[in-house]
Design a protein around this ligand. Structure first.
Ligand code: AMP
Length: 281
């Protein structure tokens, strides 16, 4: 624990500041525009580690050409206040030039787990995610790294990468923080108008209806997907992109839920793409 929060940008500054931190060290990677979900990751890291590094980097390589990179919400001053209040020791704010200097040409690709779901909808997305997370791991050398269950496939892909590349660190997956009406907290919720924000509650309502049926004995995956589809169809402002009921580890679609499963969906509310999931177990 250092006196006040250190803020660095370049690799040289990071390496210098990193040496001042006592272990074990926790890492919380973010794209900024922080909400309580991000802060819950920091709090878990604080409770388990001696020092905590948070990073804020809107990683260009995980956005597709038609996605919202330039519009992605930012409020650095507020983010830094929140991180300081949460007790973060070191914030790393790399620029795109720090992460991808001219001539950059090395990529990390997890082959199979990235094929379905988000990987199918967002080609190249996970290659950007795993590359940047590998670079964050290499530069900060944490003992534990914290990610949210809200991005369930991302969590699975990063766990796989960590195993495959023999990173000497533990991946900790933290529960999804929700607003009082069930909407999963997300930086992208700020895009929603008041009316759209109300409509967006349909994601959690749909997942909860299917989970209730599952808990009541429904194990047919197609029936569970259908329940989600029906609830989403009841909200005129919401458009389902996909619903999946998949094996929790392999992310392959199921016919029958027998072990741990991931029920996930993507819904457009206006132009805003919202994702959410619940675990069936
Ligand atoms: P992002 O800034 O969207 O890249 O998210 C940074 C980290 O926060 C990722 O590991 C996310 O999974 C996690 N996260 C985002 N939203 C939530 C939430 N509502 N609850 C818990 N973790 C979250």
């Amino acid at each position: 624990m250092t006196e006040s929060m250190m803020i660095v940008t370049t690799l040289e500054e990071l390496f210098h500041a990193r040496r001042l931190l006592d272990g074990p060290l926790g890492l919380v990677p973010t794209m900024g525009y922080l909400h309580d979900g991000h802060i819950s990751l920091v709090e878990q890291a604080k409770s388990e580690c001696q020092s905590v590094i948070a990073t804020i980097f809107v990683n260009p390589t995980q956005f597709g050409p038609s996605e919202d990179l330039s519009k992605y919400p930012r409020n650095l001053e507020r983010d830094l206040h929140l991180l300081e209040a949460a007790g973060v020791d070191l914030v790393w704010l790399p620029t795109p030039e720090v992460m991808y200097p001219a001539g950059y040409q090395t990529w990390v690709d997890v082959e199979t787990l990235t094929k379905p779901l988000e990987g199918a909808m967002r080609p190249g997305h996970f290659r950007g995610v795993t590359t940047i997370v590998a670079k964050l791991f290499n530069a900060t050398r944490p003992d534990k790294a914290y990610f949210g269950q809200k991005d369930a496939q991302q969590a699975a892909v990063i766990r796989q990468m960590t195993r495959d590349l023999s990173y000497p660190l533990e991946i900790v997956i933290c529960p999804t923080l929700r607003e009082a009406d069930g909407l999963a907290m997300s930086s992208r919720n700020s895009y929603l108008s008041l009316e759209q924000r109300q409509a967006a509650t349909v994601l959690y309502r749909a997942l909860s209806a299917a989970k209730k049926a599952f808990d009541g004995g429904e194990k047919d995956a197609e029936q569970l997907r259908q329940i989600v589809k029906d609830v989403i169809a009841s909200e005129p402002l919401a458009q389902l992109q996909y619903v999946s009921c998949a094996d929790y580890d392999a992310l392959t679609e199921l016919e029958t839920v027998s072990g741990k499963a991931l029920l996930s969906l993507v819904v457009f509310v206006g132009k805003t793409r919202l994702i959410d999931n619940l675990i069936l177990a």
